[in-house]
Design a protein around this ligand. Structure first.
Ligand code: NAD
Ligand code: AKB
Length: 317
């Protein structure tokens, strides 16, 4: 059985991925870690948990050794909007953190899985049906670290034989942990505000399409690629994966099917709008489909129905 270490496990993805992996691989085989503790008792008490700052290479090696880790799923990162406020910090965590993970994996023959993002593309990338292999000149520090991270993972595979794998994730929508300071966060907040106030003020302008995905599809993608037959993998790292592409007004239309009086207004944030404008409208994920049978289950309608159902229960507590 795999022995997995997750870094940054108390964020939007990690809180759900830890529980998902514990179901698949057993509680004791999945070690959760984060720089700080947060209020997620299921993750912290449901199996091994360690405090770990990924910038501390010695502590990382110590934990890997203690639990005989053979797979690191590296999630600790600073996302796009926070990255523009603290670019030096984003550079440090996103690149030096990944470097520490790759080095410990190289020294101990471990597999590494780490997500890239639609942020690895920029304004000169073809925005529609964005190919797997294309121009990548992002203009955010987050995007710069994501492109460098993709290349670093490729390098550790070709140069040292480290089994590195990863996907380029769209914006994720989920109802457990709130998103951690990205540009696509509006697509989560809109559902919370729809249930609480029947209205939402969007910081992203009408007409701005971005790739998005519901969390269950993200969890499925991580397992599929982690377990994929390596002989079939041509790309290994940074696979485009897509599920749906929409603009704020498409969400409004869908939410109105459940809450007819819901109102959407706009108060555009120029920083996050500029980031959104530099990202693709929709990615071509045919390589992921061909190489490891990727296929999403949720579209905007199915996701909206489930998000509203889950949040009605959560916010009533
Ligand atoms: P998040 O911001 O919600 O969570 C990140 C976690 O990392 C937090 O719990 C934070 O406390 C922790 N962390 C920060 N600095 C750390 C450090 N130095 N050491 C250890 N832990 C630290 O992020 P997320 O949304 O869960 O994203 C996880 C990964 O997926 C990131 O690489 C991100 O770029 C990528 N990704 C996320 C999305 C999305 O929409 N959520 C989309 C594309 C890519
Ligand atoms: C962000 O908006 O920064 C993230 C991402 C798409 O990488 N959600």
């Amino acid at each position: 059985m795999r022995k997995i270490l997750l870094t940054g496990c108390l964020g939007q993805i990690g809180t759900e991925l830890t529980l998902h992996f514990r179901k698949e691989y057993g509680d004791e085989n999945v070690v959760a870690s984060n720089r700080t503790k947060k209020d997620f008792p299921e993750v912290i008490d449901g199996g091994p948990f360690e405090l770990l700052d990924v910038l501390d290479a010695n502590r990382l090696a110590e934990i890997c050794n203690k639990y005989k880790i053979d797979t690191i799923v590296h999630l600790a990162a600073i996302l796009s909007a926070v990255g523009e406020v603290k670019p030096q910090h984003a550079f440090n965590v996103n690149l030096n953190g990944l470097y520490n993970v790759l080095e410990v994996a190289r020294e101990n023959d471990m597999q590494v899985f780490t997500p890239s993002s639609i942020a690895a593309f920029g304004p000169s990338t073809p925005p529609d049906n964005t190919p797997q292999d294309t121009i990548q000149r992002p203009n955010t520090i987050y995007g710069v670290t994501k492109v460098a991270g993709e290349l670093l993972c490729d390098y550790y595979y070709t140069r040292f034989g480290v089994d590195t794998r990863g996907v380029r994730l769209p914006g994720l929508i989920s109802h457990e942990a709130l998103p951690g300071g990205g540009t696509t966060d509006y697509a989560v907040h809109i559902y919370y505000d729809a249930i609480r106030y029947n209205r939402y003020e969007s910081y992203i302008a009408a007409g701005t399409k971005m790739d998005m995905m519901y969390m269950p599809d993200c969890l499925k993608a991580f397992t599929l690629l982690l377990e994929a037959n390596p002989d079939r993998l041509i790309h290994r790292n940074a696979f485009n994966i897509a599920a749906m592409s929409f603009a704020p007004e498409d969400m409004e239309k869908e939410i109105k099917k459940h809450l007819p009086d819901f109102e959407l207004s706009y108060n555009v944030d120029p920083v996050r709008q500029a980031i959104a404008d530099s990202w693709p409208n929709s990615m071509d994920d045919s390589c992921a489909r061909d190489e490891w049978d990727w296929k999403p289950d949720y579209d905007l309608a199915a996701m909206t129905a489930d998000m509203l159902k889950q949040l009605r229960i959560k916010l009533a507590k």
